[in-house]
Design a binder for this molecule. Structure first.
Ligand SMILES: *[C@@H]1O[C@H](CO)[C@@H](O)[C@H](O)[C@H]1NC(C)=O
Ligand SMILES: *[C@@H]1O[C@H](CO)[C@@H](O)[C@H](O)[C@H]1NC(C)=O
Ligand SMILES: *[C@@H]1O[C@H](CO)[C@@H](O)[C@H](O)[C@H]1NC(C)=O
Ligand SMILES: *[C@@H]1O[C@H](CO)[C@@H](O)[C@H](O)[C@H]1NC(C)=O
Length: 425
């Protein structure tokens, strides 16, 4: 196990080159205490080169595999081997994301993988994932795109094992699954605003609902349930395009598109920032929480030729290249707010020994206008709110790549954990 971890980083070590145990220990401690904190969020391996200064056997570290790499910066490249499951082999696909069932004619959108600029991102290995998550638990906290992600994970893991439903309620928005052979639990907590919220009008001034958001009160349906989890993957975004009235200390402080004459429009950005601040504060104030929190950043929608409720659709069948499109306006603002609030949370977390990590899906997903159901999320005659869905992602589809990212990030966590244990021995 330990050697496998090392191999992951440095490539295969032949027995002749194998380092003495003491050197290994020194190496690992440098890795934990020097390298990881500096480079972790972007997984930049560049600092590993510094190890050579301390290492008596530099020739044992093939420098070709030691290089700077941000796994979230790259391009989509063709992958004829995908997909790794189908709508017939996986029952966990949500109805509205079962694009093949509803007649999507093309399949090329499934056949891409993410290629980071400076390294390779391995395709998800379900055995390795479950091995790492043995005896652990993971909570998806956020909106239905988070659930979409969890269902992709269940489908990808199905090559190894199906989970059993251990949900405490029958509510579809709060499912918990257990992998019996691995004692791995995965749970979804549906909380599109992360804070306490209430729909006050299903139509509202801009015809997509009016919601009260209590910006300084975390939504307890998730915040009281996650203390025992080892990993939290938190997200929010698409519900911030609706009309909202913002409350703080029980009083209205402003709104977004509420069109009330006596209330200041503070914009959606104000609310978005405050809910992340409140959610992260809540995590940082949990008494017994010892887990790692991943902020899965905003994944842009791709409505073209109209907004979501004005006939907009997403009919492209190929990814963009980085040169074709830029992250800008609202998408950029939301993303920047997330990065800023994550930094604040990290600083707070450090005082309590809690870790916050960037799970940066924004740029990769900006490039995938082809990955949404559009009109293939239901039968044509069915009346659904989001008739053309350019928000969620078809399964199988590009959201499967989020689990490639996830496993890569877990490997880093696991490596630190195992080496940490070693050092305490
Ligand atoms: C899967 O998709 C096919 C079309 O490709 C469809 O005929 C079939 O009913 C779907 N199966 C399920 C279980 O959704
Ligand atoms: C399963 O994992 C949980 C932590 O997620 C732990 O508390 C429990 O003791 C484990 N059960 C077994 C049988 O290993
Ligand atoms: C604004 O006006 C509405 C309707 O007159 C009232 O219900 C609401 O309480 C007022 N809000 C504030 C902040 O004064
Ligand atoms: C774009 O929208 C207009 C009306 O809003 C419609 O007439 C036209 O067919 C749409 N174009 C495409 C390519 O769907």
């Amino acid at each position: 196990m330990k050697f496998q971890d090392i191999e992951l980083l440095f490539g295969k070590i032949t027995p002749k080159q194998m380092l003495p145990k003491v050197t290994l220990l020194v190496l690992l401690s440098i890795l934990i205490f020097v390298v990881t904190p500096m480079c972790y969020p972007l997984f930049s391996y560049s600092s590993l080169l510094k190890i050579n200064k301390y290492n008596k056997h530099p020739e044992s570290l093939p420098s070709t595999s030691v290089k700077k790499c941000n796994i979230f910066s790259g391009e989509w490249v063709s992958n004829p081997e995908a997909p790794y499951y189908t709508n017939n082999t996986c029952w966990a696909i949500h109805e509205h994301q079962n694009c093949m069932k509803y007649g999507r004619p093309d399949t090329d959108f499934m056949k891409w993988r993410w290629k980071p600029n400076e390294c390779e991102l391995p395709i998800f290995n379900p055995f390795q994932f479950l091995e790492i998550m043995k005896g652990k638990s993971m909570a998806f906290v956020g909106d239905s795109v988070g659930r979409n992600h969890m269902q992709s994970l269940i489908c990808l893991l199905s090559r190894v094992e199906w989970p059993i439903d251990v949900s405490p309620t029958t509510n579809d928005y709060f499912r918990q699954w257990k992998y019996p052979s691995y004692n791995f639990t995965v749970a979804a907590f549906w909380t599109p605003y992360l804070v306490k919220s209430k729909m006050v009008d299903s139509i509202g001034p801009s015809h997509n609902g009016l919601f009260n958001l209590y910006l300084d009160q975390v939504d307890e349906t998730w915040a009281t349930q996650i203390e025992e989890f080892d990993y939290i993957i938190i997200n929010a975004g698409h519900w911030f395009f609706r009309s909202m009235i913002f409350y703080e200390k029980q009083n209205i402080v402003g709104c977004c598109d509420c069109l009330l004459k006596n209330v200041t429009d503070l914009t959606t950005y104000y609310g978005y920032r405050q809910v992340f601040r409140t959610a992260f504060k809540a995590i940082n104030s949990l008494q017994n929480f010892k887990g790692v929190t991943f902020l899965r950043t905003f994944a842009p929608s791709h409505f073209e030729n109209g907004t979501w409720n004005k006939g907009g659709h997403c009919v492209r069948s190929k990814p963009f290249k980085n040169n074709d499109i830029r992250l800008e306006s609202t998408n950029l603002e939301l993303y920047m707010i997330q990065l800023e609030e994550l930094e604040i949370a990290k600083k707070e977390g450090r005082k309590k020994g809690l870790e916050f990590r960037l799970f940066d899906t924004t740029q990769a997903m900006l490039l995938r206008p082809d990955g949404h159901p559009s009109r293939y999320g239901h039968w044509p005659h069915e009346k659904v709110t989001l008739y053309n869905d350019c928000v969620h992602w078809c399964l199988p589809g590009p959201i499967d790549t989020w689990n490639d990212f996830l496993l890569e990030m877990l490997k880093m966590e696991d490596m630190k954990f195992s080496s940490g244990e070693r050092l305490h021995v």
